[in-house]
Every structure is written in C-alpha cells, then in structure tokens.
Write a protein that binds this ligand. Structure first.
Ligand code: PLP
Length: 408
C-alpha cells in the first residue's frame, strides 16, 4: 500500500491569501465602486529595468542561431553572473565572498525551502515569529516538528518579535542548531544593526549552529550603517548561508532569478562528529536536483550590475520607497505606531485591534486591501502589513481614502 508523507497532514492549511481573496471578492460584489486598491500581496508592479530587458533580448537572439545557441548551462550558474554578484554585492561592501561560493537559482523561495534537506532530521530549529512562512512549512514537511497546537508547531523554537524588542528577536534560551533570520524582515520591515547581527554570529560560532540569513530585501536598506550582508560581520563565513533574490531588487518576480551563498569555510558535522563542507553538500544537492536558470534570464540578471542597470534599479527601489515613506507617514499621523517602511518596502502597523477586524474595516470603509499580521505567526496578531509595491497614484489614493475612513 502506497503511503503518503504523513508530515504533510500536520501542515496547517494556509488560508491567509485565499481568505483575503474571498473577502475582497465578497466586498467587490457588494460594493463595486470605488475599485479596491491592493496593498496586500508582496509582488512588484513595475516593468523590468531597461538594461535587463535589452540584455534579455540580446540573449534570446543568441539562442536563435546555431553558432551562439546554448543548451544546458552550469547548474550553479554561469561564471559571468557569479563573478558580477561576488564583485558587486559582496567584495564592493568588504565582504569576502568568491564567485565559486555562489549558487544561482530560480528563486529564494526554493532555496530557503530546500536548504533544510542537507541537515539531519533531528536538527533543532529556531524560527522567528512573525516571519515568511516557507521556513516553517518546509521543516514541517521534513518531519522536524510535532503537531500544530494553539497556533504553534511542537518542537520548533520560536524567536518572538514584539513591540518591546522592535521585532528583532533575542538569542534563544534553549539550544538550537539551525537559525532562520530575515532582515529587512518580511512582514515587519524591521532591520538589524551590525552589532546585533554580530551577537547572532557569535552565538552560532559558540554553539556550532548555522544561521540561514534571508536578505531578499537588502536593496531597500537606506541607512548607511546597516549591514546588507551577514558576511559584512566578522566570523560569518564560518557560520552562515545567505539567500538573495532579484525578485524585489529588480522586478524579477515573474522572470525568476536568485542566488544562495555558501562559503567554503562553512562546516557541519556527521553523526560520528566528523566535519563536512556544507558547500560540497549543497553543490551535490543543487546539481542533482536542479539544471540551472535559463541563459537569457542570467544575462538579464547580469545587467543589474551594469552602470545603467545600477542606476535603473536604484530608481525602481526609490519609486517603491517613496510609497513606503508616504504610507508610514500617513499611518503614524493617524496615531498608529509603525515599524518598517524606512529600509524596507513593508510597513508593519500596530492596529490596536485584532488583525482581521482591522483588515475588514480597511476593506469596507476605504476599499484598501492589506495583509493581516496574524497570518505570519502568533506574534503578528494585532498588526497589519501594508506593502509599498504599487503605483504612486494608487498608494496616494489609498492613503487619502484611509485618512478619510479612519480620521473620524
Ligand atoms: N524570502 C522572503 C523573505 C520573501 O518575502 C520572498 C518573497 O516574497 C522570498 C524569499 C522569495 O523570493 P523569490 O521570488 O526569489 O522566490
């Protein structure tokens, strides 16, 4: 009798985005005018930078003739892209990362989800709350948790974010082996300082743990003093894996390109206590299960690092950040404390009400869609996430409507 992976039965059905969709549809049927403005989902709305589009087109043309056609590429990514990443995203910031430590992929979602495969089933996991749900669900699927009870999975060490700690969780009080961190954070927009990150690196070194550092939103960091990469912190090469994505940086959510950095100096241990290279393990996993990102997409990603690409990406990020500043300013003026929106495209708003109650009120009274914080973990209750990914016109209109609806 064929059996399923019973761990899948433990997964709490994720109703968040389908619940949002249902409520929005019902609202639109009741009240088609004015049209709703969506500041809920974290998807970009603007076209790819011109430099990326030109490179994309040129690469597609190369595929059109036998002489320049390319078939399977290297699974880890073409050297031209790995070199550009190492040089621009790391060495330019004083972080010692080499091209061969970079694994190009089709998304940080896949990478943050797949990475747990190379660690033991008994690995003790620490995950922030609230957080991007992929870290938790992939560990549930892999059998590293017990049942879901009272909003939490047994066997996970939750790193709690609250107003008191500015949504930057403190070090765990019980032993853990694998620690997920995400800064700038989705959903809270919170950022971590170099000193705070150094505490995590030192903790991991002292406890033979590994940090999985998701920096998918690093391009939105404005404060010059904040680290963009964990490898700007001394000692991180021995304890950390970093995930990056072109999705939010350069509008690649539909084009798909990301990368993972695994330093060659990173070690983990076998059951008998022998040290093994994590780079070798990930390389084995990546080349066994993945056949590389398409050549035109990698050329488009490479163009992010050209002079024109850098300028255009900065403009793109500036555009969304102007929205973020407006949202933050308006919500604060209405008396709602906010985190995020200064170095991140997300604004995390303390509503003083249950997340879903506030969500319904914004939808009904202002026709604006946000994301209820409770969907990102128990600690998200009482908050909503507002996303800056939309046009200036829509964001300005949404804030006018919110002001009129709430300022009474
Ligand atoms: N990591 C975080 C924190 C995210 O919020 C997202 C997407 O929303 C991802 C990773 C996924 O990025 P990608 O589009 O590269 O799969």
């Amino acid at each position: 009798m064929i059996r399923i992976n019973d761990n899948y039965l433990k997964l709490k059905a994720s109703y968040l985005f389908s619940d949002i969709a249902k409520r929005v549809t019902a609202h639109q049927q009741r009240q088609p005018d004015p049209a709703v403005i969506r500041l809920g989902i974290g998807d970009v709305t603007r076209a790819l930078p011109e430099a990326c589009i030109s490179a994309f087109h040129r690469a597609v043309d190369e595929m059109a003739t036998d002489g320049s056609f390319r078939g399977y590429g290297p699974e880890q990514g073409y050297d031209f892209l790995r070199e550009a990443i190492a040089e621009n995203d790391f060495r330019a910031r004083g972080a010692d990362i080499r091209a061969e430590e970079i694994f190009v992929s089709d998304g940080a979602k896949c990478d943050t989800g797949n990475i747990q495969e190379i660690f033991a089933t008994g690995t003790r996991i620490a995950i922030p709350d609230p957080v991007y749900p992929v870290y938790l669900d992939t560990n549930v699927m892999a059998g590293r948790t017990g049942q879901y009870r009272n909003g939490r999975y047994e066997g996970i060490v939750y790193l709690e974010g609250q107003a008191e700690n500015g949504f930057i969780p403190g070090l765990p009080t019980e032993p853990v082996d694998l620690i997920y961190l995400c800064f700038p954070n989705n959903p809270t927009g919170a950022t971590i300082t170099a000193d705070q990150l150094k505490e995590w690196v030192d903790y991991a070194a002292a406890n033979q743990a590994i940090i999985l550092y998701d920096a998918a939103y690093e391009a939105f960091i404005r404060d010059q003093s904040l680290p963009h990469s964990i490898y700007e912190i001394e000692g991180a090469r021995q304890v950390a894996i970093e995930f990056r994505s072109f999705s939010k940086t350069a509008g690649f959510t539909g084009t798909r390109c990301a990368y993972t950095v695994v330093p060659k100096s990173l070690m983990a241990f076998s059951a008998s206590g022998e040290a093994h290279s994590v780079h070798s393990l990930w390389s084995r996993r990546h080349s066994t299960k993945f056949n590389g990102v398409s050549y035109p997409v990698q050329r488009a990603a490479e163009a992010v690092y050209s002079d024109a690409g850098k300028r255009q990406v900065a403009e793109l990020v500036d555009y969304y950040m102007a929205n973020a500043h407006l949202i933050r300013k308006e919500m604060q003026a209405l008396g709602y404390p906010c985190i995020g929106g200064e170095n991140s495209p997300y604004i995390w708003v303390a509503t003083g009400k249950a997340s879903w109650t506030f969500f319904d009120m914004l939808l009904e009274k202002a026709g604006v869609v946000c994301t209820p914080g409770a969907g990102f973990g128990t600690c998200g209750e009482g908050y909503i996430r507002i996303s800056a990914f939309n046009s200036h016109e829509n964001v300005t209109l949404a804030m006018t409507r919110i002001r009129q609806a709430l300022d009474t």
